[in-house]
Ligand binder design. Structure first.
Ligand SMILES: NC(=O)c1ccc[n+]([C@@H]2O[C@H](COP(=O)([O-])OP(=O)(O)OC[C@H]3O[C@@H](n4cnc5c(N)ncnc54)[C@H](OP(=O)(O)O)[C@@H]3O)[C@@H](O)[C@H]2O)c1
Length: 486
């Protein structure tokens, strides 16, 4: 069953299953570190877009890109749509499309070109819609810009330039040098939002850090310890907000907390988003699956996870659960340790980072239970957070979700190491003696003043505020996008 590429009226109309997910293995954007910087291409979108279908097809390419959550990292999520103009001058039609999956190697452009060829369509004179500038260098695969040139396309519409300052603009230059018309900046902000973690990582070589906190209406994290049952989580927010947290985990390479939270809550920190069931394979299109995300209603704003429906495949790599535990105080019977043994694959999905004075015997006991234990430098009895981030970067962790208590929230914020915050407020009041949001920060409401590009939404009775502390993308040279960001 296939996608109908020559639908009469709607160029995106589908009649049967599509198979844009590549079946053929092949490439990543392994950027050569030594590549010399080049001039940045600056292009202004005309006030009136000459190609009125551009946003429609780019929207389609963005949808393909967004469906690869958990499947493209450590590469970017990219979608591509190829169209041709029928000779009678009617609406352009899709002849091929694709998205990049890390394990299948091929970049989105190559998947789309192969799909067009497999179906007998000529790509000569076609238009390519790509959510990220086509690459111009040899990484795991040959340059996509070369492939588009060889395919004879006439026009390339690009949502945003490559965020890597070493190669940004070079793919565009290559296309232009081959007399391909290039339009840049169509739905640029949407395209950037899909790849925050990649954009951050490729520039700084550290994970993009999102601090998530569930808070009472008076800005507290949890009731005072004396009023709690030990080793039991305390749920502040309702089921809809908790499902969003699961989706945030699904969209992250790793989740991190401290030993304080482990001892108080005995959490699992697993991805229970419901996107792990292999039966979901192939159900990548929520419009066609007929399923809706149960956690969201039509009136809600954008989800902080970037996931708008249950349309992802099972994640490519297990969610890495990271615990900061200077002295290895974690109980061997904790839910985290118990579940580490059952993790599939050659690597543990539980990483405990400890200090130099941690007991080797405890480290060995944890290792025997399937836990990876690693030392990082400590400073004044606490683990160095930059060293923690460096250790995660070494493991190709591009996106890190913090689900910490007051001490670590304070440490990350004081050291300016969080890039984004997702604050979920319940209606409950916890009182003056409850655990504060972050040590050294009197109130999350005052902290909110540091956020920009704020989004407000609700999940059932709970309010959610999402905002950025640092923009993961380099400043846009595109005036239209600059206005959107501001
Ligand atoms: N509402 C929410 O969203 C939420 C989320 C998580 C937790 N909580 C609540 O928060 C409470 C626990 O708070 P907490 O502050 O004790 O837990 P935490 O911040 O998760 O863990 C703190 C511990 O991490 C270790 N650590 C290692 N390096 C550190 C560093 N550089 N900076 C700070 N800490 C470092 C320290 O213990 P060592 O020195 O022994 O290593 C420290 O005591 C619990 O009541 C829990 O229910 C609420």
């Amino acid at each position: 069953m296939y996608y109908q590429y020559f639908a009469d009226t709607n160029p995106l109309q589908t009649i049967e299953n599509k198979d844009f997910i590549p079946k053929i293995p092949l490439g990543g954007r392994g950027y050569p570190a030594t590549q010399k910087p080049d001039t940045t291409i600056v292009e202004t979108m005309p006030n009136e877009a000459p190609h009125n279908q551009d946003e429609v097809f780019m929207q389609r390419a963005l949808k393909l890109a967004s469906e690869t959550i958990g499947l493209a990292s450590p590469n970017p999520q990219v979608g591509c749509v190829l169209t041709t103009h029928p000779p009678d001058g009617s609406t352009p039609k899709i002849i091929g499309e694709g998205a990049h999956l890390y394990d299948h190697r091929d970049h989105a452009e190559i998947v789309a070109l192969k799909q067009a060829a497999a179906r007998g369509f000529s790509t000569k004179g076609a238009t390519a819609y790509v959510t990220l500038e086509p690459c111009s260098h040899h990484g795991r695969t040959a340059p996509c810009a070369n492939a588009l040139i060889a395919a004879g396309i006439a026009r390339c519409v690009i949502a945003t330039q490559d965020p890597n300052p070493l190669v940004s603009g070079q793919g565009i230059q290559k296309l232009r040098a081959a007399n391909i018309e290039v339009t840049l900046g169509v739905l640029e902000q949407q395209a950037r939002d899909v790849n925050d973690a990649f954009a951050h990582f490729i520039q700084h070589r550290t994970p993009f850090v999102t601090l998530k906190a569930a808070l009472s209406v008076d800005g507290k994290l949890a009731p005072p310890p004396a009023s709690r049952y030990p080793n039991q989580p305390f749920w502040l927010t309702g089921p809809a907000a908790r499902q969003q947290v699961q989706l945030l985990r699904h969209a992250s390479d790793a989740v991190l907390t401290g030993i304080g939270t482990v001892l108080a809550d005995d959490p699992q920190l697993t991805d229970r988003s419901g996107m792990l069931d292999p039966d979901r394979s192939g159900m990548l299109d929520p419009d066609r699956s007929g399923m809706q995300n149960p956690a969201r209603s039509a009136t809600e704003g954008p989800a902080p996870s970037g996931i708008s429906g249950p349309h992802a495949l099972p994640r490519r790599r297990p969610l890495l659960r990271v615990i900061l535990d200077t002295q290895l105080r974690i109980p061997l019977t904790s839910q985290l340790v118990s579940s580490a043994a059952s993790a599939s694959g050659p690597y543990s999905d539980l990483l405990i980072l400890c200090g130099s004075l941690a007991s080797p015997a405890k480290a060995a006991a944890l290792g025997a239970l399937g836990v990876e234990v690693d030392q990082v430098p400590d400073h004044a009895g606490r683990l160095s957070l930059p060293a923690v981030l460096a250790a995660l970067a070494e493991r190709d962790i591009l996106s890190l979700l913090l689900e910490c208590g007051s001490h670590l929230n304070g440490s990350f914020l004081r050291q300016n190491l969080a890039d984004k915050a997702v604050l979920l407020y319940a209606e409950t009041e916890l009182g003056d003696h409850a655990i504060p949001f972050a040590q050294g920060f009197p109130s999350p409401y005052l902290f909110e003043r540091f956020l920009h590009r704020i989004t407000r939404t609700t999940y059932g009775p709970d309010a959610c505020i999402t905002g950025y502390l640092h923009d993961p993308w380099p400043p846009s040279k595109h005036p239209a996008t600059a206005q959107q960001i501001g």
